[in-house]
Write a protein that binds this ligand. Structure first.
Ligand code: GLU
Length: 277
């Protein structure tokens, strides 16, 4: 049974690009007699708003989509994410990182260069070699810290990994290109990577469909699956919707919201035609 999901973050109104992703996932499930889930990715309380979640639900219903209830809301599952991090910590795969963004920038400048990963310059590993006692002392003193995955050590544990992408075939995972990713943020006990991987597993998602902009993230997700004993779904990273002039109908960048298009008189059929689904 195919299970797909649409997993927006309620940080703003949905745009036609989101409509494409949601319709794509819904069709992939329905074409195969499968199930479609909606998941609200609201780990970042400073950026997420209940009114945007409400708008997401209304806009998707207006588009003609339906989904299973109850809807999973990530903010309600912090204890589960914490438990995953603790499992990695117990195996020595995670270390506290006290660096500020400015300190990381300065360290990279001092070193002259840093490899560029999918999320920007790769973390130079400043806190990786911090003695455990010093880390513990700084934590006890109340210094804010994130938790980073020691990716080299993690990869040594798992060996080579791959996943299957419906658009691109078999992909060899290259998590090292990210460097030591943050898996729990300073103010949040998880990161996007950990929460999304955990949830796709516990919700039984068998086919992750999402935009090509998230293709690289799958390198890390595959590693987390292997480390945590999660199932590996199939993937389908789809092209991002382009506006008639070829510009990306981005989530940000001044694209019109579905709501404003609807208020301007467009119908759900117009939106489907606009995104080509
Ligand atoms: N919540 C993510 C976003 O809004 C998408 C997560 C995913 O599909 O993996 O960009």
């Amino acid at each position: 049974m195919i299970v797909t999901r649409f997993a927006p973050s309620p940080t703003g109104l949905l745009h036609p690009g989101h409509a494409f992703s949601a319709l794509f996932a819904w069709h992939a499930a329905h074409a195969a007699g499968g199930r479609f889930l909606l998941r609200i990715e609201d780990i970042d309380a400073t950026r997420c708003r209940p009114e945007f979640e409400q708008a997401i639900v209304e806009d998707l219903a207006w588009l003609g989509l339906d989904w299973e209830r109850p809807v999973r809301r990530q903010s309600e599952h912090m204890a589960a994410y914490r438990a995953c991090v603790a499992r990695l910590e117990a195996r020595g795969l995670v270390y506290p990182c006290f660096c500020t963004r400015a300190a990381i920038r300065a360290e990279i400048a001092r070193a002259g260069a840093a490899p560029h990963g999918p999320e920007g310059p790769v973390y130079p590993g400043t806190c990786r070699s911090l003695p455990a006692a010093e880390g513990a002392r700084r934590i006890a003193a109340g210094e804010p810290y994130a938790l980073r995955l020691d990716v080299a050590r993690a990869c040594a544990e798992t060996g080579p990994l791959a996943w299957h992408d419906r658009a691109r075939g078999t992909i060899a995972a290259d998590p090292a290109s990210f460097g030591d990713v943050v898996i729990a943020r300073k103010e949040i006990p998880t990161s996007y990577h950990l929460a999304v991987t955990h949830d796709d597993h516990v919700q039984g998602v068998t086919l992750v469909t999402r935009g090509e902009d998230l293709f690289a993230a799958t390198h890390i997700h595959r590693l987390l699956q292997a480390l945590l004993g999660f199932a590996t779904p199939d993937y389908h990273h789809h092209p991002l919707v382009a506006a008639p002039d070829g510009a990306r109908l981005a989530k940000r960048a001044g694209a019109p919201s579905l709501r404003s298009l609807r208020e301007a008189g467009l119908t759900p059929a117009d939106i489907r035609a606009m995104v080509g689904l």
